[in-house]
Design a protein around this ligand. Structure first.
Ligand code: ATP
Length: 730
């Protein structure tokens, strides 16, 4: 029972704030129903104005909709200073003012709120008191005060924390499988990143559980608040590594009153509407490589091909030849022009049709129709030499443009002519280009000559499945689109890409070079926040150097800002100790992180003799779920794990009988990354990913998903590796 002397007074204040919030909501709802009730009539302007009112009211209502979450979570008392008397500010997830427009609650993002997150004993930032409220069902139940004068809020590991009580209870909460906001307990090092200026590339490196995802999302909300006029128009994009992760974080921004942020994956952003297949590691590695930039640009050029032999078609009874020479000239002319490949197909078409129209006119006027027929009969066709003579004889000045235009029109609608032009300069969708490129080894080889070796070409062609694409193909298609442009006059052509005022990328260490280019193309002015952890790079195409990640994103700006986070809010000391036995971050030049919670429960490490079977695994999963009681158990298994289906069956049966118990999820590492579970069970810990070079980082990542308990189940064949990795002792 909290017996703070100010409890009753603060309770009244918070009650008043809630009542005022209700009043504001009621006012907005009645504005809305008035607008709906008004007849659709009136002038166009009146209707437009009404629509604007409806939209703005709906936006405002949405902004005030945060369910059962607390409106107000803290207060700061500012000392008297030269500009005014001492003052108290109540901070909350949205601003609420009374009917005289006097603020009751201030938005956490307002500049005046900054000391709530940043003030320390050494630098109190002009405040004497920081107060944290615990609110349940709209009622204040506890108060935690920090007097900045004699602050001692060390988390036990020599770390200075703000609102330690509120922070620890937030960290201890049972996980639901959906990320929540941290607005009430943001720590100073996090706040600095959240409130960093908008322009430029900002990199946030932090070990597991340091709040990178949370910080990234709160930063998006902060930027929208602070640069609303610009960003509401331009848009803010959050890029998640996969759809599972996007779902995991989707509630955070709405709980902060921001619903306009787009959260998506790179594949969805490219939006080519294809079902994705998995890529194998070697294929993924090559297709993510920087060298693919030149392969793709060459692949487009390779499709601009002169004819290998002369081809003809009939316009009426006249046989017209498109010679190899003509096709080369047309390509040269088209290449001299600006515009995308697809746009310039028109130039090839125009050049050839005009040339052929002149030939046609010359032929039909110079010879009698029957003489021409005889001529054709005798020689089957006139050869290139004849035609060249005719071309030279044609003086454009003397031609009647109207007649030429008419013949050009007829030529352009001849299907054979269209076929020939398509052969020389096909209009292509980006997926067609990528599909053709890997479906035909000759094209692959041609485009990658001097860039990829024969073995790499073999990997690309042998892993290709006609008409099926991986996410890596999509990035290549996006690259190809830059050269190709939309296919005009064809159904389903792609539109121009959306560009954003700010882009936030999570798990940025896994951003491949080609995917980074996808994002660069969608950034208006290289205003980007990248959050990630180089010690958790587990994909074969991911990076272990921020310079490499940032390079394709910087655009004209060569400087970028770097920040590190150091406190692990997720993993208890007992579990992170094990993780750091496996991996020493200083070996990569990264600052070690500090866990600030302890559970007193050591991880369980279990050896299974003989073959690892689903029954034996499940026994331990069940034990973990029973032990934890409620919350979330994440079973992390190797990718393409042969027992995956069996485990899913065990899970389905277990869940039927244990509906009130802990939820169990079985996940490959890629789909557990970035997430967290009250209890983690890792199966075959040395085999989580195929790529051996990433195996250690994969286990490190899996271990650090746990907020409370950890069980590792390994087969005896993994013992020597686990000994070497210091996970088990001899
Ligand atoms: N200031 C904070 N107050 C309360 N909880 C916090 C705070 N910062 C982070 N957390 C919690 O810690 C957990 C880890 O945060 P988050 O997932 O953002 O970390 P991360 O650095 O992205 O982790 P990883 O790289 O391991 O996936 C989350 O449950 C988050 O809500």
């Amino acid at each position: 029972m909290n017996t703070h002397p100010d409890l009753a007074r603060e309770r009244d204040y918070i009650k008043r704030a809630y009542e005022r919030l209700d009043e504001i909501r009621a006012g907005l709802n009645s504005t809305l129903s008035d607008a709906f009730e008004q007849e659709r009539g009136g002038t166009h302007q009146a209707r437009t104005e009404r629509d604007m009112v409806v939209r703005a009211t709906l936006d405002r209502l949405e902004h005030l909709e945060f369910g059962i979450l607390a409106l107000c979570f803290g207060r700061i008392d500012r000392d008297k200073d030269i500009i005014g008397p001492s003052e108290s500010f109540y901070l909350g997830r949205v601003a609420v003012a009374d009917s005289d427009m006097e603020p009751l609650v201030i938005d956490w993002r307002a500049p005046v709120a900054e000391p709530f997150y940043r003030a320390t004993a050494r630098n109190p930032m002009g405040i004497s008191l920081r107060r944290h409220f615990e609110i349940k069902d709209r009622e204040l139940i506890a108060i935690e005060d920090e007097l900045l004068g004699d602050l001692d809020s060390s988390g036990g590991q020599g770390v200075e924390l703000s609102g330690a009580g509120a922070l620890f209870s937030a960290m201890d909460r049972v996980r639901t499988g959906q990320m929540g906001d941290i607005v009430a307990t943001i720590q100073a090092e996090q706040d600095e990143i959240i409130r960093a200026p908008l322009p430029g590339v900002l990199v946030v490196q932090g070990g597991p559980g340091t709040g990178k995802t949370a910080v990234a999302l709160h930063r998006a909300a902060y930027l929208l608040y602070t640069y609303r006029a610009r960003l509401e128009n331009q848009g803010v994009l959050v890029v998640a590594p996969n759809a599972t992760f996007a779902r995991y974080i989707e509630r955070v921004l709405p709980s902060l009153g921001e619903t306009g942020v787009e959260i998506t994956t790179i594949a969805n952003l490219i939006d080519l509407n294809v079902e994705l297949r998995r890529a194998n590691d070697q294929e993924a590695l090559i297709k993510s490589d920087q060298r693919m930039v030149s392969v793709i640009s060459k692949a487009v050029l390779d499709r601009e091909r002169p004819l290998s032999k002369d081809l003809s078609f009939y316009l009426g009874s006249v046989q017209l030849w498109v010679t190899r020479e003509m096709s080369m000239k047309a390509i040269r002319q088209a290449r001299r022009r600006t515009g995308s490949h697809n746009e310039r197909a028109k130039i090839v078409e125009a050049v050839l049709s005009r040339q052929l129209a002149k030939i046609y006119i010359e032929l039909t006027t110079r010879f009698q129709r029957d003489e021409l027929a005889k001529f054709n009969e005798e020689s089957q066709a006139y050869d290139q030499e004849h035609q060249d003579l005719i071309i030279e004889a044609v003086d454009p000045e003397e031609d009647d443009e109207a007649v030429i235009a008419e013949v050009v029109g007829s030529i352009k609608s001849e299907s054979e002519f269209i076929r020939i032009v398509t052969r020389i300069w096909p209009r292509l969708t980006s997926l067609e280009l990528v599909n053709d490129l890997f479906a035909h080894p000759a094209l692959t080889r041609l485009a990658s000559r001097g860039v990829l070796n024969e073995k790499e070409v073999e990997v690309l062609t042998s892993s290709h499945k006609r008409g099926y694409f991986s996410r890596f193909d999509l990035a290549l298609a996006d690259e190809a689109y830059v050269h190709l442009g939309p296919v005009l006059k064809r159904k389903g052509h792609q539109s121009e890409v959306n560009r954003y005022g700010h882009i936030v990328v999570d798990e940025a260490q896994e951003l491949s070079y080609m995917e980074a280019r996808v994002l660069a193309r969608r950034s208006i002015s290289s205003s980007i926040t990248l959050v990630g952890d180089l010690s958790q790079t587990t994909s074969i195409y991911g990076q272990r150097d921020w310079n490499l990640i940032v390079a394709p994103l910087c655009g004209a700006i060569s400087k970028w800002n770097y920040n590190e986070l150091s406190i692990n809010y997720r993993t208890p000391i007992e579990i992170s100790d094990l993780a750091y036995r496996l991996f020493d971050p200083t070996s990569m030049g990264l600052a070690p992180t500090v866990s600030i919670r302890s559970t007193g429960v050591e991880p369980k490490i279990i050896e299974i003799s003989g073959k690892v079977e689903s029954e034996s695994i499940w026994r331990w999963v069940e034990a973990a779920a029973t032990e934890i009681g409620s919350g979330l158990v994440g079973v992390v298994v190797p990718s393409n794990f042969e027992l995956y289906e069996d485990l899913e069956n065990c899970r389905a049966l277990w869940m039927q009988d244990h509906q009130e118990s802990a939820l169990i999820e079985i996940r490959e590492l890629d789909y557990a990354k970035g997430l967290e579970f009250d209890c983690v069970v890792i199966v075959e810990p040395t085999c989580l990913v195929k790529d051996e070079a990433s195996a250690k980082a994969a286990l490190f990542t899996a271990i650090t998903r746990a907020t409370k308990r950890l069980t590792i189940i390994y087969g005896e064949y993994e013992r020597s590796k686990l000994l070497e990795w210091k996970i088990i002792g001899s």
